[in-house]
Design a protein around this ligand. Sequence first.
Ligand SMILES: CC(C)(COP(=O)(O)OP(=O)(O)OC[C@H]1O[C@@H](n2cnc3c(N)ncnc32)[C@H](O)[C@@H]1OP(=O)(O)O)[C@@H](O)C(=O)NCCC(=O)NCCS
Length: 138
Amino acid sequence: MLQQLVAAGKRTLPADQAYVLSTYVENPARIRCSLAEDAGGTILGIQSLTRAMDGNRFNTPIGWGIIGTHVSPTSGRRGVGSRLFEVTKQAARDAGLQKIEAFIGAANAEGQAYYEKMGFRTYRLADGAVCKAYDVEQ
Ligand SMILES: CC(C)(COP(=O)(O)OP(=O)(O)OC[C@H]1O[C@@H](n2cnc3c(N)ncnc32)[C@H](O)[C@@H]1OP(=O)(O)O)[C@@H](O)C(=O)NCCC(=O)NCCS
């Protein structure tokens, strides 16, 4: 699924198994990594929530959550990302997070629209990226 996103020009990060394991699944800063799948077990999307640690690559304030969302290009705009965020939101509450930050490419209009719809608001601009923050209701 991530390799399909790369082929569709919607992902520039690596999409190999080792990267997925170390960044999403086995990341020591992981709070929750959720998968969406269809009835047949085909993966439709993945959403990662990690805790911002000292020196994180996004410069996110320490202790905030960092979110990443990746939905199959053949399953877009069908509510997969919205369903994933329901789970992530609860995980953020359970972990006691106050804020979550999304780091989105400045040219990524659909990513920005998605996070806006989920309730994120622009908080700062980084080099080539828009950073949106979400207030976690406790
Ligand atoms: C951005 C992304 C996560 C959205 O996931 P999704 O499953 O398509 O999202 P949903 O179907 O739940 O849509 C929720 C809302 O997001 C917005 N949205 C989603 N796709 C959109 C698009 N192509 N254009 C405009 N708005 C869009 C809409 O507001 C939508 O609500 P609506 O359909 O009621 O209008 C998905 O397109 C994706 O993985 N893109 C590639 C990777 C990426 O950009 N990740 C996020 C930034 S790092």
